[in-house]
Design a protein around this ligand. Structure first.
Ligand code: ZN
Ligand code: ZN
Length: 412
């Protein structure tokens, strides 16, 4: 499956200068007026494919879910993983192609516009329903039974494809008929749809605490203030302060700090309060020590995009390792890798991380589906990795990430 980033035509909200964004861009700096703004899409971005329909045609838009991310499947032998990039119609209507095909890769998109009179068909299927359809197809290739599956989104969006109706249905991207005859009442159905009720919002990138310019790369999901040492997580409408900390770097000169989500979870059916509990409950091949009863157990999940084959071993190793000493609420001096994987994705990964280490699988896997995990708290932790020629290594963990993998993951 080929990875690609969508391109979006955009206009600076301040001066109107044209720009091209990629779908991972959140922090927009206008090269003309220098204004920086943070893009706030609400629950997900909405794009539309450009219409080439003649002006006289009444174009309407059909919604498609786009999911790009990781799919983990728990089967008898352990956890299988793969990278997934799919689109599927969010309506439930055979008149329209079931997926977008390659169109969204070859065309520049626009943010879905509320300004036009065009009608937008409402979404009838949730992303979960659409992912279920995809998984059912994919699961035929997996050993049965599949005990649990998690799709961990790196990019989730809705893409609207334009159509118009003549004697038959026309695809307005190609400006060609699809050959489909229109059912009775079709025109009335479309006419009854409303214009789109969505607007991309912007936030100024100033620290809500002290007014300083917040720091972040174009794809950062967390913004940092070096002036008052604070970290900010964009919510639906505003920035929320988030707790953070870091692991002190050793004497190594060339260090980069990678972000991790450390998550406190209550698992209803398992005793996992301390590292002592972890060692006994999960049947780890270690003799639990008494002093571990005092060390609270936390899950760790990468806060950056990396291929699923690295994501899961890294999350598992971090989670099983006794926690390092932390420096609280102070940003480390030095280069910080941007947070590119959201807290929500980290939360979606928790059960898969647990499934990756808990033993025996025969006993625990059949109960995975019912296992209830409640997030009781979280903190963003920066962990130092030593930069070498081709890789980054965490000396205490003895975990190495190839620099190339990180670069590739950025374009995921
Ligand atoms: Zn501008
Ligand atoms: Zn500040």
């Amino acid at each position: 499956m080929k990875n690609y980033n969508l391109l979006i035509e955009y206009q600076c909200p301040q001066c109107g200068a044209p720009a091209t964004l990629t779908e991972t861009d959140r922090l927009f700096s206008c090269e003309f007026c220098r204004v920086r703004s943070y893009l706030m899409p609400g629950s997900h971005f909405r794009y539309q494919l450009p219409s080439r329909a003649p002006d006289s045609k009444a174009v309407f838009y059909v919604p498609y879910w786009r999911f790009k991310g990781m799919l983990f499947s728990c089967v008898g032998e352990g956890v299988r993983q793969r990278f997934v990039d799919v689109s599927h119609q969010a309506v439930d209507n055979r008149l329209f192609p079931h997926s977008l095909g390659f169109r969204s890769q070859t065309l520049k998109l626009q943010f879905a516009s509320t300004d036009s009179d065009a009608r937008f068909l409402p979404s009838e299927q949730s992303l979960n329903t659409v992912m279920r359809i995809f998984k059912d197809r994919f699961n035929l290739l997996l050993p049965q039974p599949v005990y649990h599956q998690a799709h961990i989104g790196e990019n989730i969006s809705m893409i609207y494809a334009p159509f118009y109706a003549e004697n038959s249905l026309y695809d307005a991207v190609l400006n060609e008929t699809t050959g489909s005859k229109l059912p009775d009442g079709f025109h009335e159905t479309v006419a009854g749809c409303t214009p789109l009720d969505w607007k991309l919002r912007f936030l100024p990138t100033l620290c809500p605490e002290c007014g300083w310019d917040l720091e972040g790369e174009t794809d950062s999901l967390v913004l940092l203030c070096r002036n008052c040492n604070s970290a900010w997580l964009p919510g639906r409408k505003r920035l929320h302060r988030t707790k953070f900390g870091h692991v002190a770097a050793g004497k190594d000169a060339d260090v980069i700090f990678l972000p991790f989500w450390r998550i406190h979870v209550d698992v209803a059916q398992l005793n996992l309060d301390s590292y002592f509990d972890l060692a006994t409950t999960a049947n780890l091949p270690k003799v639990p020590r008494d002093e571990w009863r005092e060390i609270p157990f936390r899950f760790w999940s990468p806060g950056f995009k990396i291929r699923p084959q690295t994501f899961l071993p890294l999350a598992t190793k971090m989670t099983l390792t006794l926690p390092p000493d932390l420096v609280a609420d102070r940003l480390p001096a030095g280069e910080l890798y941007p947070v590119t994987l959201a807290l929500e994705s980290a939360v979606d990964s928790l059960k898969v991380i647990l499934a990756n280490f808990i033993k025996p699988r025969k006993i625990h896997y059949p109960t995975l589906q019912e296992l209830s995990m409640t997030v009781a708290g979280f903190r963003l932790i920066y962990v130092p990795f030593v930069r070498r020629h081709h890789d980054l290594t965490q000396p205490q963990l003895k975990f190495t990430i190839l620099t190339n993998q990180l670069k590739l993951a950025k374009s995921l």
